[in-house]
Design a protein around this ligand. Structure first.
Ligand code: CMC
Length: 439
């Protein structure tokens, strides 16, 4: 056991225990700090705060390492499927053949979406963003499948149902948004092939399943499957800490993921690259704009809260983009532009000093375009991929013996106590309304 850390507050020394993780990461346990000292810690963005002890994902941002349940992301991307990786994340172990088979059967059995849900899909305004639709519909699952989640068996069914239906729901929203006939899931197809078929099969042009595209989609989803305590996962855990149902907790994760600084970045990268192309590919100007503190513009797909080196997921995706684009003979000018921009940025002193490297979103949009996914569905693709991670983290949190309703504190720096002034006595433009009464 490491020595406790000593802190001195107002001349008094307190000892705080140190927790050491499996990979030697160290944390000062401050869970009793306020009780013992009256002090709290202040950490906007929680970048120095561990919110939980977890056995799901290990991430070392300094050295570009990512492992799910101990297995390196590179090995999973090379050898696994999304369904197998989902099983690993949710259950903690790689499945045996029998377990994987049973899991796949369960996913197939739960792949249909209640027909009544289609009414809702059809009534969203045509221009609705698919992430708004997905978060609403995932939340609505509780109304259509109100079964309890009290024992492990019920939780397993709920989890599998969600994992399976989310793919059907995503494809359904795409078909309905285009005014096309809905395609139902097929039990003979794998998870990824089924999704592609539901998205792209039409009565006039049957979708031809291409195993390389299926593999690329599996890789894409595996790379997105978990990323420890990121913004959306923290949202799932925080909302879940109020003991809401799984659907509500996951729905909050989808909302968080929608943001352009998080899962919305893949769409933002494509929009940025398209603008750069339309503006004559002036890369020097783009880099200058990204460095200008007065300009809110940032190089989308660059930088990461945790990675201070090349995101290992971006490396794998870059290779996958090359493979798919060369195989399908698609010439996407945005891929060349992205590569040029990467070279340009990585040579720039500002990017070097700030440790700004491409993150997963820099190349993911290009891969999705090559598969045929429309830009406004990019973050939905991320959400499907992140589903096993959210589920595993939610499940871990509800079984955590240290579980607590999440309730951070704050430092109040507002007005001191003051009198309520009746509306007739308030004067326009006068400071009287903010006169204070000393406490
Ligand atoms: N372009 C230009 N400058 C940047 C960028 C960027 N993409 N990212 C960070 N910086 C600068 C930032 O201005 C700050 O500069 P200074 O210290 O001089 O004020 C410094 O680097 C540190 O920035 P920060 O915001 O404190 O860093 P962070 O680690 O909190 O931000 C981030 C992480 C992802 C929000 C940020 O890098 C960013 O906005 N990137 C673009 C959006 C993006 O690609 N998001 C996807 C993230 S990966 C997907 C996921 O896992 O969710």
């Amino acid at each position: 056991m490491p020595e406790p850390v000593k802190i001195i507050i107002e001349g008094k020394t307190y000892e705080l225990p140190v927790i050491v993780g499996s990979e030697d990461e160290k944390a000062i346990d401050i869970s009793n700090l306020r009780k013992k000292t009256g002090y709290i810690t202040l950490d906007p963005g929680f970048n120095n705060t561990g919110s939980c002890i977890s056995s799901i994902t290990f991430l070392d941002g300094e050295n570009g390492i990512l492992r799910y349940r101990g297995v390196p992301i590179e090995e999973l991307a090379e050898n696994s499927t999304f369904v197998e990786t989902a099983y690993l994340l949710i259950n903690g172990e790689l499945p045996t053949k029998k377990q994987l088979n049973r899991f796949s059967v369960l996913l197939n059995d739960n792949s249909l979406v209640h027909e009544d849900m289609q009414i809702f899909y059809q009534n969203f305004p045509r221009a609705s963003h698919p992430m708004g639709i997905l978060s609403s519909m995932v939340n609505a699952l509780k109304s259509f499948y109100p079964e309890l989640q009290e024992n492990e068996e019920e939780i397993n069914i709920t989890v599998t149902r969600l994992l399976s239906k989310v793919r059907t729901m995503a494809a359904l929203s795409y078909k309905i948004s285009r005014g096309h006939k809905v395609v139902y899931p097929r039990p003979d197809l794998s998870y990824a092939a089924n999704f592609l078929n539901m998205m792209f099969d039409t009565p006039v042009r049957p979708y031809m399943i291409d195993e390389d595209i299926v593999k690329a989609l599996n890789v894409f989803w595996i790379l997105h499957a978990d990323h420890e305590q990121n913004c959306s996962t923290s949202a799932v855990r925080l909302v879940g800490s109020a003991r809401v149902n799984l659907y509500a907790a996951i729905s909050s994760g989808i909302c968080a993921l929608w943001g352009p600084l998080h899962g919305g970045a893949n769409q933002a990268v494509i929009e940025m690259l398209s603008e750069i192309k339309a503006d004559g590919k002036d890369l020097a100007r783009v880099i200058e704009k990204a460095k200008d503190r007065k300009n809110p513009f940032r190089l989308m797909g660059f930088g990461h809260s945790v990675y201070k080196t090349y995101d290992p997921r971006a490396k794998i995706l870059k290779k996958e983009c090359d493979k798919i684009l060369s195989k399908s003979y698609i010439d996407d000018p945005l891929l060349d532009l992205a590569k040029q921009l990467e070279v340009f940025a990585l040579k720039d002193d500002y990017f070097i000093e700030h440790n700004l490297y491409p993150n997963i979103d820099f190349y993911s949009g290009i891969l999705l375009r090559a598969i045929g996914i429309p830009t406004n569905m990019f973050s939905v693709m991320f959400a499907i991929g992140r589903m096993p991670g959210w589920i595993a983290q939610w499940r871990e949190s509800i079984h955590d013996p240290r579980w607590k309703l999440n309730r951070p504190r704050q430092i109040y720096m507002g007005l001191p106590k003051r009198k309520y002034i009746p509306i007739d006595e308030r004067q326009e433009g006068s400071s009287e309304a903010s006169e204070t009464e000393s406490v």
